[in-house]
Design a protein around this ligand. Structure first.
Ligand SMILES: Cc1cc2nc3c(=O)[nH]c(=O)nc-3n(C[C@H](O)[C@H](O)[C@H](O)COP(=O)(O)O)c2cc1C
Length: 346
């Protein structure tokens, strides 16, 4: 038995194996009001039928004005709850644990007038520095979104703190120039994320999983280490480690078998006792097994691999060959339209 199939606990919930489906927006699969137009119970259900241990449902917008794209799933009104309830019911039948990523895109939101930690240059947009009232409103929207996930029967949420979206815009000193208590020191820049995590805990339950997609923001691991520690103390149960703003590729040791982004997970794992999920380019089961066996990570996230092959997890656990993602260039076709992935067409 490979360690890939060994259970792991996140907070009090046992995940049956180490395979995670990370959040993957299904572009053009929702209407302009945040409702699915293609069944997510079916989409995630198929990956759950094939033994995926943990599914993180794609980014769901906490406010309509904080959407990454117009066709993004919403979680800003109670009317959205049933679509998450259907996913929870479907995936729980297989013992898959399922949480949803909640996001505000800040200056990367749709629309021409957008908000962020500080004013900065974004093509074709007017960026406003958030007032303290607007910060309070965003906190409330995050918490209400988490409560909707809780009511829908999901096992938790993942707070999106990576990829240059709003919370990244607060943690990154390259963007955040505030002079109040949300700017300046590491502690101040991560304060909004910490407040959100604590409020979600108060509004849900002790057991509710609070994951955090952590973007390693710049080449200074020193700051990342401090932030991870503060988030850990605030009650984050799991870190899904990815890139933040402006991360530059760097060399990884010769004997490390995966990408530099995957390596970030290994680095962060040295500084928290909470489970760490590592991601990027883990397309083959052999690599997933090696990363887990060598303790480079606690869990592996298989993104495009699970889009190309809904049975990726089962095949990896039973050591069968998988449909390999083609890594389409210049860009993943699923990231243009979910139906355009060459594997979806087969
Ligand atoms: C189509 C597509 C949609 C994505 N949507 C999200 C998202 O909603 N939230 C997020 O944090 N990352 C998102 N990502 C990044 C993935 O979670 C993952 O980190 C990335 O695909 C690298 O992993 P992979 O090499 O296994 O695909 C997306 C990536 C793709 C290709």
């Amino acid at each position: 038995m490979s360690k890939l199939e060994s259970p792991i606990k996140i907070n009090t919930t046992v995940i049956k194996n180490r395979i995670v489906m990370p959040p993957l927006v299904c572009f053009n699969w929702a209407d302009r009001n945040g409702f699915e137009t293609v069944s997510r119970a079916e989409h995630y259900g198929k990956r759950s039928d094939a033994e995926t241990g943990l599914i993180v449902i794609e980014a769901a917008a906490i406010e309509p004005s904080g959407r990454i794209v117009e066709s993004e799933l919403g979680i800003w009104t109670d009317e959205h709850i049933p679509q998450y309830n259907r996913i929870a019911n479907r995936c729980h039948q297989n013992g898959t644990v399922v949480i949803v990523q909640i996001v505000h895109a800040g200056s990367k939101s749709i629309g021409q007038t957008v908000i962020s930690s500080s004013v900065h240059e974004v093509d074709d947009k007017v960026v406003h520095e958030m007032t303290l009232d607007q910060i309070e409103d965003v906190k409330t929207s995050f918490v209400k979104a988490a409560v909707r996930a809780f009511k829908a029967g999901l096992d938790g949420v993942e707070v999106h703190g990576a990829h240059g979206y709003l919370l990244s815009q607060f943690t990154a000193k390259t963007v955040n120039n505030r002079t109040d208590y949300y700017g300046g020191s590491v502690k101040n820049r991560v304060k909004l994320s910490i407040e959100i995590v604590k409020l979600i805990r108060e509004a849900t339950s002790k057991e509710f999983i609070i994951g955090y997609r952590y973007g390693v923001n710049d080449p200074s691991f020193e700051e990342d280490i401090q932030m991870i520690k503060l988030l850990d103390d605030a009650g984050v149960d799991m870190f899904n480690v990815s890139a933040g703003i402006g991360i530059k590729p760097f060399e990884v040791p010769n004997n490390y078998p995966a990408s530099f982004i995957t390596y970030l997970g290994y680095q962060m794992k040295q500084h928290t006792q909470k489970p760490v999920v590592s991601v990027f380019g883990i397309l083959d089961p052999e690599l997933a097994i090696e990363l887990i066996e060598k303790d480079y990570t606690d869990m592996v996230a298989i993104g495009r691999g699970l889009l190309a092959d809904p049975k990726w997890s089962l095949k990896a656990l039973t050591q069968k060959p998988v449909n390999r993602c083609y890594q389409c260039k210049p860009r993943c076709k699923f990231a243009i339209d979910g139906h355009q992935c060459p594997w979806a067409k087969k």
